[in-house]
Design a protein around this ligand. Sequence first.
Ligand code: ZN
Length: 236
Amino acid sequence: MNPDVERLWELQTVLSQLGDREKQLTTKPESFAAVDREWQTANDEMSRLRQSIEQVSKEHRRVDGELSDHQELLKKYQGQLMLVKNQQQYAAAWKEIDSTRKQVKELEDAELKAMSDIESLQSDLNQRESASADLKSRWDEAHAAWQHSLGDLRAEVEKLKERATSIESKLPDRLKREFYQIFKQRQNVAVARVVNDSCSACRTRIRPALFQQLKRGELVRCEGCHRILYLERPQS
Ligand SMILES: [Zn+2]
């Protein structure tokens, strides 16, 4: 057997386990994912409400400013009414007062509506916030349990990384580079086991001459997929 190929085979096994563990680390378990989705939905809804409140409040402030302006204007026109000198000026002043009063009334209505909108949005938000306290504690619990369960997994990942580094250090650089190149290009399989005289990755039959080389412990690449072939030790 070729010791380098043995190492490559082991390295590939370690890398495959490492890939699995790393995927597990980032995949939310369903026990957490379910409560997490619920929490996200609740949060989205609450931030939508906060945004609406912010928007209506802004509108309320604008209307309020405009209302003060119009109330001032109304006072001014009412003052002018005292100073009119004839019927014509009187009629004109009344016209201004009348139209300003209408505007004041509209603005007052808009202000009332904004206030009532804010109130109902706020009450909806309050309700959701108090309801979400329980959800949040369930989320915290599930999240902590998940993170806790990852402790062992993280330790395992560290061990596998160390193992991979240690195997790599025993490999010739050129072979290591070739391995990683094929590994990346061919779905994380750089070394293929020989099964029934064929490459287990691409099913290409291994010619007898190559098979002899394999048996002599030479490094042989599959003629079909160019992966490095691995002939397992006969079971004794
Ligand atoms: Zn092959």
